[in-house]
Write a protein that binds this ligand. Structure first.
Ligand code: SAM
Length: 229
């Protein structure tokens, strides 16, 4: 049975899409998306030999070799231009997901939708999307096995209104998530608040210096933003 986290990611794939799942590990997501009738074709991309083998085994086991192409390579390099209309990247940190998108930019022309599930630091993805002419169209948040995950969905083109007001807070917390304020969202940011307050305390106790003070200011800013939301 697929995790709720990955099921939620699949929820954002438009029906009939040709997809690439990058960092697919066991290829659970593409297999499920195909068997549910959501994806019509899928690439399962993996950079590491072990997970690449696991993906192949899973696809062979389900006899899906004709519709799921398991490919070994770094990030989006496994995609040929025009091959897919949606890309999923799940279960990695925000900075890694953003760097995969940055390095594979030239593969995105035909792609209509990106569905990204960072485990931490979604801010790096929101910033990358904004700088690269992708607009956030939906955000989701869920808890599974004691961890909280975010899912960001983006489409081509800019939304000039999205970050117009309260930009810094929206980049950190998510413009849709902070409007919706689900229980899971409140829980996540109460946890983050505690972490930042600990960091602030530690900085206060450390020796002074301009670098330390800038860092302190930065953390205080985040604390104020979170509290306000
Ligand atoms: N996507 C699955 C999920 O969400 O459950 C697997 C997540 S797993 C924690 C991350 C996977 O991404 C690993 O299997 C790793 O080998 C792969 N990976 C990391 N960097 C990658 C890259 N640059 N290109 C392709 N795969 C990558």
């Amino acid at each position: 049975e697929l995790s709720n986290r990955l099921k939620q990611v699949v929820n954002y794939i438009p029906k009939g899409s040709r997809i690439a799942d990058i960092g697919s590990d066991h290829a659970y997501l593409p297999c499920y998306a195909y068997l549910q009738g959501i994806a019509s074709f899928a690439i399962a991309g993996e950079v590491n030999e072990g997970p690449f083998q696991s993906a192949q085994e899973q696809v062979n086991k389900l006899n899906l070799q004709d519709v799921i192409s398991v490919r070994k390579g770094n990030g989006l390099e496994v995609i040929n231009n025009g091959e897919v209309d949606a890309i999923t990247i799940a279960g990695m940190g925000g900075p890694l997901i953003a760097s995969i998108l940055e390095e594979g930019k030239d593969k995105l022309d035909s792609v209509k939708r990106l569905i990204l599930q960072p485990n931490v630091a979604a801010i790096f993805i929101r910033k990358w999307l904004e700088e690269n002419n992708w607009r956030l169209v939906a955000e989701d948040i869920l808890e599974e096995d004691g961890k909280i995950y975010e899912i960001l969905t983006a489409e081509q083109g800019q939304d000039l209104e999205l970050y117009k007001e309260n930009r810094e807070a929206k980049l950190l917390l998510g413009p849709f998530l902070m409007q919706e304020k689900k229980d899971t969202f409140i829980k996540k940011w109460n946890q983050e608040l505690k972490k930042y307050e600990n960091v602030a305390k530690q900085i206060k106790q450390a020796q002074s210096g301009t670098e330390v003070e800038t860092k302190y200011e930065d953390v205080r800013n985040k604390i104020d933003m979170i509290k306000e939301v």
